[in-house]
Design a protein around this ligand. Structure first.
Ligand code: MRU
Length: 346
């Protein structure tokens, strides 16, 4: 893979601007936490693990800029930065998980030593980045057994290198199986309204030389009916204690279709996506995005003025429709509550 989704540059963060892919490969240089927060909010960088990494790096950047302040003022300003990062996007829990790790550094270590704290924050952000890379490789290694030669694998949105520090979760499983020598075909939902499947997942797969076909979101049922899909494999933005999973809008419909056609539906996600504080998916906050995203195609309005528009960015798939959750700790099957508890709490 010739691109880096996000890169720590010491005094700035370099982010591949995903809004312009696949036609333009352009990087943004974010020199402060504000511009990192803007990149997350405007989806220049997106995908649950990737926005967690970005937030952590943004916080580390802020510390560097604020380190000449008196310790009490530094702490107050840093809390404001953490809060600002939390306001960027509400659904993916990896964002809050990464911010919490950075907050812990601010709370646990000697608050009088601002320089030392700044260094620790930088190290923690880099650790979060490296850990994610490692975790994705493990997800790929565990999950690859689920793909058989000749399978049609259907995926939705983008859960690849672009959505993570690198390699990817659902696409990590696909890459892992392909690297093992298995040959199969990937069907990619275009993923309206922002087309992460058509623009980003297909772009990654073409670079990996993994054969893929982009379909409109409404084609999935028909392909399943024709026997072309052997499994569905998606990422996740937040998983509740019972296994209910929030992912890109349209995921729930795929799970229902897969259930009807008796096709296994798998979720691939790091354990940092699991939110044990939530008992069911009903408690997951769902981001509602601008109506313009639905009203326009390629900057041209396609919906008549006067029509109402809905634009929830995510939906929740009930755990009973999920065959297994592939994590860095292995493939978890039902009962999810017991098995998630076991791997997360030991
Ligand atoms: O709105 P996005 O593009 O951030 O949504 C991303 C997804 O829904 C991904 O499937 C999810 O974050 C998993 S990424 C490994």
């Amino acid at each position: 893979m010739k691109f880096k989704t996000i890169e720590w540059k010491g005094n700035s963060v370099r982010i591949l601007d995903q809004r312009r892919l696949p036609n333009v490969v352009q990087y943004l240089t974010c020199k402060d936490a504000f511009s990192v927060a803007r990149a997350i909010r405007t989806m220049a960088i997106r995908g649950a693990p990737a926005i967690g990494v970005a937030a952590a790096m943004g916080i580390a950047l802020a510390a560097k800029r604020l380190q000449s302040l008196r310790p009490e003022v530094f702490q107050k300003e840093m809390e404001k930065v953490c809060y600002q990062m939390e306001q960027t996007r509400p659904t993916a829990v990896n964002l809050f998980w990464a911010i919490e790790r950075m907050r812990r550094i601010l709370q646990v270590f000697d608050s009088k030593n601002v320089e030392g704290l700044t260094l620790k924050l930088e190290r923690e952000a880099l650790r979060i980045y490296r850990e994610d890379l490692k975790v994705n490789r493990l997800i790929g290694r565990h999950g690859r057994v689920l793909i058989q030669p000749g399978h049609g694998v259907l995926t939705h949105c983008n859960a690849g290198a672009l959505a993570t520090a690198g390699y990817g979760t659902a696409l990590g499983v696909i890459k892992g199986a392909w690297a093992e020598g298995k040959r199969f075909h990937v069907y990619v939902d275009e993923t309206r309204p922002l087309l992460q499947g058509a623009r980003l997942t297909a772009w990654e797969l073409v670079q990996e030389r993994i054969p893929c076909t982009v379909i409109t979101d409404s084609m999935a049922g028909s392909l399943m009916g024709q026997g072309k899909i052997g499994l569905v494999l998606v990422g996740a933005d937040r998983i509740a204690r019972n296994g209910d999973t929030a992912n890109k809008i349209g995921t729930y419909s795929l799970a229902v279709l897969a259930d009807w056609h008796r096709i296994p539906f798998y979720v691939a996600a790091p354990t940092s996506t699991v939110d044990l504080r939530l008992s069911t998916g009903e408690e997951i906050p769902i981001e509602e995005r601008a109506r313009e995203e639905v009203a326009h195609v390629a900057h041209k309005r396609i919906v008549p003025k006067g029509a109402e528009i809905l634009n929830p960015a995510f939906d929740v798939t009930p755990s009973r429709l999920i065959a297994a959750i592939i994590t860095e700790k292995g493939i978890l099957r039902k009962p999810f509550q017991k098995n998630l508890n076991r791997v997360l709490l030991g």
